[in-house]
Write a protein that binds this ligand. Structure first.
Ligand SMILES: [Zn+2]
Ligand SMILES: [Zn+2]
Length: 249
């Protein structure tokens, strides 16, 4: 009897965890379709014809991206379920749990940690073996489009998918700040690939812009390959001598 109850409880737990993984996959896929679709529509207005003749490439980008959505959705769903059910994670919802100054600090911590992980795994992905095995998928977009935001081979998607789920276990973050992190991640992922600069010339070419990554910087990575590896900031590229400046997408 006790064994049956235990088995039922385990099944219920597995079903709940599986349901959360499935739900998160749907959310990530929908977020991708809305964000990439939205900026693709904007591209058609701002730069008519920019994606002309790229239909086949775009279908590939969407296919790889939807596969990545599953790989991103599973760990994110499991961690979200663990947070709700068992209080795993250091996500907090009360505004006074940490001082207010910690809100922007935690935002920068998350962005910088993600950027650091991305820079070094991205450099690894450009080693010939890893490039052939995984990263070639991302660079098959020539030139990338708004749909290439999550166009990664599953191996590379896995290296990206673990970042935020691991960070929320380690670094305290308000749930709203986490929302900002995910929004920045989504918007920059799309806009850095869409083939034109969204941000004002005055910002991109300012002193602050010299430390930030937008389309002008990442587009050059897709043109020249072995430079401009960063995600949000140019800190690692500049420190390691891999920054080759901006292109004019
Ligand atoms: Zn890229
Ligand atoms: Zn690359």
């Amino acid at each position: 009897m006790a064994a049956t109850m235990e088995a039922t409880m385990m099944l219920t737990t597995a079903a709940a965890a599986g349901g959360a993984a499935l739900a998160m996959t749907a959310i990530v896929a929908l977020r991708y379709l809305l964000a990439s679709g939205g900026f693709a529509l904007a591209t058609a207005r701002v730069r008519p014809g920019l994606y002309g003749g790229l239909g086949r490439q775009i279908r590939g980008e969407i296919g790889w991206s939807l596969l990545s959505a599953v790989i991103y959705g599973i760990p994110a769903g499991l961690v979200a379920w663990g947070w709700q059910t068992y209080g795993w994670t250091r996500i907090y919802a009360e505004w006074d749990a940490w001082p207010l100054w910690y809100l922007p600090v935690s935002l920068l911590l998350y962005l910088f940690a993600h950027d650091t992980w991305f820079y070094w795994t991205h450099r690894l992905m450009h080693r010939p073996r890893w490039f052939r095995l995984a990263h070639a998928v991302h660079h098959a977009s020539r030139p990338p489009t708004a749909w290439a935001a999550m166009s990664f081979h599953p191996i590379e998607a896995l290296t990206g998918a673990v970042v935020i789920p691991v960070l929320v276990l380690l670094i305290p973050v308000h749930v709203a700040v986490l929302g900002v992190v995910l929004t920045i991640m989504t918007v920059m992922g799309v806009t850095n690939h869409m083939g034109w600069e969204l941000f004002p010339h005055g910002l991109v070419h300012s002193r602050l812009g010299g430390w930030l990554i937008t389309a002008s910087h990442h587009h050059r990575h897709h043109e020249l390959y072995s430079c401009n590896y960063g995600l949000y900031f140019r800190v690692w590229d500049r420190l390691c001598g891999t920054d080759r400046g901006l292109s004019q997408p």
